[in-house]
Design a protein around this ligand. Structure first.
Ligand code: ADP
Length: 118
């Protein structure tokens, strides 16, 4: 049987990035929720925030390198626009997937799925 190449350091790097984005783009004092779901063949981690969500015209670029929805984010919020491009690549190296959804009631959910160890 194939072993899923999940790697503690890579998972931590992805989590750090998603949590830091969630905190960075959330209004002050709001709560970031982290969920973990065990499916039959995968584990799914969700990071749910109350931020502004992802603008329609940015969705197809969000995983590109140096991509930021608002160029003023570089100044106001910091960052390089590299984090999500790296996260996506790391998760794919572990044979998983990473994406985002609108959160019901506002905000975003960033999630990733990794193959569950048999
Ligand atoms: P950085 O955070 O360094 O700008 P990322 O690749 O992590 O780079 O994110 C790219 C862009 O995607 C951000 O600049 C922001 O415009 C948008 N983004 C990422 N995460 C969120 C989030 N949780 N809520 C709203 N926008 C986000």
């Amino acid at each position: 049987a194939r072993q899923a190449p999940a790697d503690r350091k890579r998972v931590l790097q992805v989590m750090t990035n998603l949590l830091s984005n969630a905190a960075k783009f959330s209004p002050e004092g709001s709560t970031v929720l982290v969920t973990a779901t065990l499916g039959g063949e995968y584990v799914r981690i969700g990071v749910h925030d109350n931020g502004p969500g992802i603008p329609e015209n940015f969705r197809n670029r969000i995983f590109g390198r140096f991509a930021q929805a608002d160029m003023s984010h570089t100044r106001e919020k910091g960052g390089t626009g590299l984090g999500l491009a790296i996260c996506k690549r790391l998760v794919e190296l572990m044979e998983g997937d990473l994406g985002f959804d609108d959160r019901q009631g506002g905000g975003s959910t960033f999630w990733f799925e990794l193959p569950a160890q048999p």
